[in-house]
Design a protein. Structure first.
Length: 282
């Protein structure tokens, strides 16, 4: 569960309701009938479906990238994916209401191992792609066949790169403020790539890039976690544009150790010569 907060009473707050289900169809989202007076709005994925899918960075030209929405629409695909956003004047009210949101799921098989994910018949995480392989490519340098034939020993190695959870002292955060008379969206963000974030927000929100201003104040280390455009960035900006009020979200420590994409397995094979020279094949 994520919360955002602002110090002044003229600004809105929002929290995202998170659920631990890794893969499931969303059958029903229950919003409490009676909400505290400090609650401004409650949104689900269907309410925000007019937001264009925000960009998922391509690995390489030609790679297959899924349609990613800031709030889950119809199904969740990883543990911790946001299913609802609660907007309130008070941070703790937002947190309490987020806990009251009920979600009925129809569980689907989860894919948690990268090698099993690419096996034939494995459950696709994104049904519009039909399989879990982003891209295949080959790189060949020199005469590999001759180099391997002239070697005397083959060595194979499997490297599993553990899942990482970047944990900077300063968590991610964003303040979005939309000025309706001018159409200017001003964003203060802990991003380490303000120009890219401006481009991504413009694309996702279908808002002219020259009317999106991203300000990155003094930002400390991110360890890889402060470059991409995250769902919360898009949600905060969209809600500010929708309500005409500034919106702030600050990542908490529970969230920062949650979903993280950095995990990998490397399969290496090489033949080495008697001189100690190594020829790699991965």
């Amino acid at each position: 569960m994520l919360c955002c907060r602002h110090q002044t009473s003229t600004n809105a707050l929002y929290a995202c309701c998170k659920k631990p289900t890794p893969h499931a169809i969303i059958k029903h989202i229950g919003i409490p009938d009676h909400l505290p007076k400090d609650v401004v709005a409650v949104y689900t994925g269907r309410d925000l479906r007019d937001i264009g899918p925000f960009r998922v960075e391509e690995v390489e030209e030609g790679s297959k990238t899924p349609r990613q929405y800031p709030l889950a629409v119809d199904r969740v695909r990883y543990a911790g994916e946001a299913v609802a956003a609660i907007v309130a004047e008070d941070e703790y009210v937002a947190r309490d209401v987020a806990e009251l949101v009920s979600v009925e799921y129809q569980p689907l098989p989860a894919v948690v191992d990268p090698l099993k994910a690419i096996e034939p018949g494995s459950t696709p995480v994104h049904e519009d792609l039909s399989y879990n392989i982003c891209i295949r490519w080959r790189r060949r340098y020199g005469d590999v066949a001759v180099a391997f034939a002239s070697s005397y020993e083959t060595v194979a190695l499997k490297l599993r790169i553990q899942r990482l959870a970047p944990t900077p002292m300063e968590t991610k955060g964003i303040v979005a403020s939309y000025d309706r008379p001018t159409g200017l969206l001003t964003v203060w963000s802990s991003t380490q790539s303000p120009n890219s974030l401006r481009e991504w927000l413009s694309e996702a929100l279908n808002h002219p890039e020259n009317l999106v201003r991203v300000i990155a104040p003094d930002v400390r280390g991110g360890f890889g976690a402060k470059y991409n455009c995250y769902p919360e960035d898009v949600i905060a900006c969209h809600i500010s544009m929708r309500l005409g009020r500034p919106v702030k979200w600050i990542e908490d420590r529970l969230r920062i150790s949650g979903p993280c994409p950095m995990v990998g397995i490397c399969m290496l094979k090489w033949r080495q010569q008697s001189t100690g020279r190594v020829g790699l094949k991965g």
